[in-house]
Design a protein around this ligand. Structure first.
Ligand code: FMN
Length: 194
């Protein structure tokens, strides 16, 4: 029987179910095509995230498994990520418009793109899709592969798709998937709580 892990965070106070339940798997189902309706909703959630002066400086390059674009994104990933991420139904490059079309810096562009990415992952999870964000890729490779303008900075690549069968994964991956999910105590992040 297929075995999908429940990795719900052990939070100190209750939070929204979707936030506690989202986690970053490395076991995707390599056969099932991406749920297009769920993917569309996740992109819509990203579209509706807030941004500085509503500049919406995020851009996306979306490639479904089996396409040439998908192969190009896979080729840009660092070795470890190349091991598990290609199985995901789609790869989403999140870019930030760090310089506007008049040459002015957009100081919050990366922040805003990150927030759009967060909205994407939360909506995706709520709709049954797994996501895993990656910083381990070559922005230069992506620039070349997709002729990306200098004004846009590739920030992350998100693997998104159906959860895979943990029992079918190899030992090393299974061990990583079962390791406890941890966070430092909130008090260590609250530099001041006056
Ligand atoms: C910006 C960013 C970059 C990340 N880069 C990688 C990566 O290159 N490879 C990887 O396996 N995981 C990567 N992760 C996943 C994190 O390791 C993961 O989110 C973290 O350990 C917390 O686990 P959780 O998402 O399951 O709560 C990245 C996450 C973020 C947000």
């Amino acid at each position: 029987m297929s075995h999908v892990l429940d990795r719900t965070a052990q939070t100190d106070v209750p939070i929204l179910d979707v936030l506690a339940e989202r986690w970053s798997t490395r076991v995707f189902d390599a056969e099932t095509p991406i749920d297009e309706e769920a993917l569309r909703a996740a992109l819509e959630a990203a579209r509706w995230s807030p941004s500085a002066s509503n500049t919406q400086p995020w851009r996306f390059v979306l490639a479904r498994r089996g396409t040439e674009a998908h192969e190009k994104i896979v080729a840009s990933l660092i070795g470890f990520n190349q091991g598990w991420a290609p199985a995901a139904g789609a790869l989403l490059v999140v870019l930030a418009e760090t310089v506007d079309d008049e040459g002015n810096a957009r100081p919050w562009a990366t922040y805003d793109a990150g927030q759009a990415a967060a909205f994407f992952t939360v909506e995706a999870h709520a709709r049954g899709l797994a996501t895993h964000t990656m910083g381990g890729f070559s922005p230069d490779d992506l620039r070349t592969a997709f002729s990306i303008d200098e004004r846009f900075t590739p920030v992350t690549v998100i693997a998104v798709g159906a959860f895979g069968d943990l029992d079918a994964a190899d030992e090393a991956v299974r061990a990583r998937e079962s390791a406890p999910r941890e966070r430092r105590p909130l008090a260590e992040s609250l530099l001041l709580d006056a």
